[in-house]
Write a protein that binds this ligand. Structure first.
Ligand code: ZN
Length: 203
């Protein structure tokens, strides 16, 4: 598990030896041949281009810096010091072991300490980390750690519930199984009453 304040920066995440778009398309043709089909038949001609475009969307998180997204905060809160909770954020990620979808939802809460952040930014943080190759445990920790490190609230709680297509469509074929991960920091970890309030709010 990552150290509490580690934040993946886009420049560190992107390999310096990034292949060209043509090389990426060639790699898709190789995988089509490996699957047993002919990449030059009509139905597959445009596929490498479409796959690479899909990858640009699935992995767009590598080109965004979560720290920059959270930097703009607001201090005029009229003393608001209760929990802020964003519930049921749609989560679309890809498992780094099989490169198949992880689909689910995230709940993100924090207890402000003078500063708050626009709620759309919390959803953005989830998206930027989700649009990378992930395992759910790391994704959960990265979201919580970044909010804690940049916003410096009294505490952060993140719960993710998701289905992994590497479990549902291959391997053990176990449809309906979801995985739940959580990361509690600050008062969400140390104060059982606050943790209970959060868990009852997310159901
Ligand atoms: Zn997997």
């Amino acid at each position: 598990m990552n150290a509490p304040c580690s934040v993946v920066r886009p420049d560190a995440a992107l390999s310096p030896a990034r292949p060209s778009r043509l090389e990426a398309e060639d790699a898709v043709r190789t995988l089509i041949r490996w699957a047993g089909d002919d990449p030059s038949r009509e139905g597959l001609l445009g596929t490498p281009d479409r796959v690479v475009r899909s990858y640009e969307e699935f992995y767009s998180g590598y080109s965004h810096d979560p720290v920059e997204i959270l930097k703009r905060t607001f201090e005029e809160t009229d003393g608001y010091d209760e929990m802020v909770l964003l519930r049921d954020i749609r989560l679309e990620s890809h498992c780094e072991h099989h490169i198949v979808p992880i689909l689910g939802k995230a709940h993100v809460a924090y207890l402000p300490d003078k500063r708050v952040v626009g709620i759309s930014k919390l959803a953005r943080i989830v998206e930027v980390y989700a649009k990378r190759l992930q395992i759910q445990e790391k994704l959960t920790a990265q979201i919580a750690n970044t909010i804690q490190a940049v916003l410096q609230p009294k505490g952060v709680a993140v719960v993710i519930e998701a289905a992994h297509q590497c479990m549902t469509t291959r391997g053990v074929h176990n449809p309906g199984v979801t995985m739940v991960t959580s990361r509690m920091l600050g008062v969400f970890r140390s104060d059982p009453a606050i943790r209970r309030e959060f868990l009852s709010l997310v159901g």
